[in-house]
Design a protein around this ligand. Structure first.
Ligand SMILES: [Mg+2]
Length: 165
């Protein structure tokens, strides 16, 4: 498999609110697996803001199940998920697929029913593709991010340029 193909999400949107939920439902997707940092709010936020609450409400309205799939320490991501009222898989080890597989088991869904949504190629997208789920990338919520993500962005930019996404 072409290495750039392995890193190319199925779709890219500007933000989570641009994701066509009806279209996903029509394609048989019932469960959205969500990254938090810079996908549903600021990087390393300790609590979800109105942006995250609004998106989760929109998902509930459309009858989607959802689960946070985060590489973050269990304390922070569990608290965020708890406030949002959704389940959570912590220490997801993205780009390895095992966190997504744990989430699918937890949600009792097959890979064909799930969608991984996140802001990073080298974690969310690759993990989603390795787990065999439909993968959506959104542009980061904010340009402010932790140093080790900053270091990865130029490589991600290059991959996106070559992969044309
Ligand atoms: Mg992220």
């Amino acid at each position: 498999m072409n290495i750039f193909k392995a890193m190319k999400p199925d779709k890219v949107y500007k933000n989570v609110f641009e994701i066509p939920l009806d279209q996903l439902a029509g394609a048989g997707k019932t469960c959205l697996l969500l990254d938090f940092d810079n996908t549903l709010g600021p990087d390393h936020a300790t609590e979800p803001g109105s942006y995250a609450h609004e998106f989760i409400s929109a998902l509930r309205e459309k009858n989607f199940s959802c689960c946070l799939v985060s590489n973050a320490k269990s304390g922070r991501s569990a608290k965020i998920a708890d406030i949002l009222g959704i389940p959570c898989v912590t220490y997801a080890h993205k780009p390895r697929p095992d966190g997504i597989c744990r989430a699918m088991k937890l949600m009792d869904r097959s890979s064909s029913e799930c969608v991984m949504i996140g802001d990073q190629v080298f974690t969310d997208v690759i993990a989603g593709k390795l787990a065999g789920v439909y993968t959506i990338m959104v542009e980061r919520y904010s340009r402010r991010e932790i140093w080790y993500v900053v270091l990865k962005r130029p490589f991600e930019k290059l991959v996106r340029l070559i992969g044309r996404f």
